[in-house]
Ligand binder design. Sequence first.
Ligand SMILES: Nc1ncnc2c1ncn2[C@@H]1O[C@H](COP(=O)(O)OP(=O)(O)OP(=O)(O)O)[C@@H](O)[C@H]1O
Ligand SMILES: [Mg+2]
Length: 222
Amino acid sequence: MLIETNGLSKFYQHKDGLIEAIKEIDLGFEQGDFVTITGPSGSGKTTLLLLLAGLIRPTTGTIKFHQYHLHSASDNELAGIRSKHIGFIMQNFSLIPYLSVLNNVLIPLSLIQNREKTRNDYAIHLLQKIGLKDRMNHLPKELSAGQQQRVAIARALVNKPDLILADEPTGNLDPELSVEILEVLKKINIENQITIAMVTHSPTASKYGNIRIHIDKGSIVN
Ligand SMILES: Nc1ncnc2c1ncn2[C@@H]1O[C@H](COP(=O)(O)OP(=O)(O)OP(=O)(O)O)[C@@H](O)[C@H]1O
Ligand SMILES: [Mg+2]
């Protein structure tokens, strides 16, 4: 099992009261699974992704990822685990607007690869993989929305993650571009056996999952 949760709960303490965002979730994914997570707004989907990423800590319950215990790891350990194993793709691309496509991919690579030539070669390899090598000198605003999202995918791949967490990666895209992005994700899932956990509102997108999770009010429902 790549990732396994037991009795996972996350409550937010808010001045208006306690919010039970995730309640007693048990799940397990294997390396190579494509997991889709659907559910109404406010049901806890983003919270679940943040927990799986080790970006927030559970209130109760456990999360095992590889041999690590994310629920009890220190901040430093969590940062190390993330940089070694996890890639993120968010809805709004979060590309740096004044940097070229190539530099947007190079920035996170510079944190993990010291050799400039190796770095450049690998960034170009990733851009080729997502079909944007010929756009590497463009600025994000000179790309279509789908192309920008593909750059965000390339950037999520730089640390050769075994888990990619994607929060509505097609949320800002029209149906055609959505399919384009979903196909890229499917390709990296199949070719590299990268596990994907993807939050989506779209029924079309959720069909890409071999495991489909539906959340309501913080609990898994079928
Ligand atoms: N930092 C926080 N502090 C307090 N409450 C929070 C916090 N983050 C989220 N919540 C609450 O937790 C619940 C779950 O939020 P979450 O963002 O996980 O929902 P979601 O399923 O991702 O919704 P959406 O589809 O709208 O993105 C919501 O009721 C939300 O208001
Ligand atoms: Mg959300």
